[in-house]
Design a protein around this ligand. Structure first.
Ligand code: IMP
Ligand code: MG
Length: 182
């Protein structure tokens, strides 16, 4: 355990839980049929787990799949291409899909996943992102459901990492190093 890391909270556990509940209600309001939730790994695993439980509580009965996609190297700069590290197993043909990711930034990851699901015959793909960074889009994609608008800084926690660390935090924050402190 490193005692040197400091993370400033941007979105608390309570705020995330409250917003997740509201998102589940918004999904239920779309009256999905034969619903399949597709979560994009790794970053969305914690959000997906909480959103799925919230969906259960509003009476939805989704099936669940995971895409493992990668667009980032070991740093904070996008590599520009999206790779499928692990594909989903279920058919998406004629199904309503809720596609979940942690952050919508350039849009490449979600656009790639949405296009793929559409090409495979999904009836409707609702894009649900926990965070959206505005003004960073490089490909045209609109999220149907957004948890929070994220400030333009690198955030960690609640599934999101920097160089494989911080995913376990129950809240979303940004890393404050001693050097950054006034
Ligand atoms: P996009 O393809 O540029 O929209 O990037 C989205 C992906 O980049 C997300 O799924 C995240 O995994 C990653 N990402 C973008 N910004 C951040 C950040 O601030 N913290 C952690 N991961 C990020
Ligand atoms: Mg990601």
């Amino acid at each position: 355990m490193s005692g040197a890391r400091k993370v400033e909270v941007l979105f608390s556990e309570e705020k995330i839980a409250e917003r997740t509940k509201a998102l589940a209600k918004e999904i239920a309001a779309t009256a999905p049929k034969d619903l399949l939730v597709v979560a994009i790994l790794k970053g969305s695993f914690m959000f997906a787990a909480d959103l799925l439980r919230a969906m259960y509580r509003v009476g939805l009965e989704p099936q669940v799949e995971f895409f493992h996609l990668s667009s980032y190297r070991e740093g904070t700069v996008s590599s520009g291409t999206v790779k499928i590290l692990r594909d989903i197993e279920s058919s998406v043909k004629d199904r309503d899909i809720v596609l979940i990711d942690d952050i919508l930034e350039s849009g490449r990851t979600l656009a790639f996943a949405k296009d793929l699901l559409t090409a495979r015959g999904a009836k409707r793909v609702l894009v649900c992102t926990l965070l959206e960074k505005r003004g960073k889009r490089e490909v045209p994609i609109v999220a149907d459901l957004v948890g929070f608008i994220c400030p333009d800084e690198f955030v960690v926690g609640y599934g999101m990492d920097v160089a494989h660390s911080y995913r376990e935090l129950p809240f979303i924050g940004h890393v404050v190093t001693e050097a950054d402190r006034p």
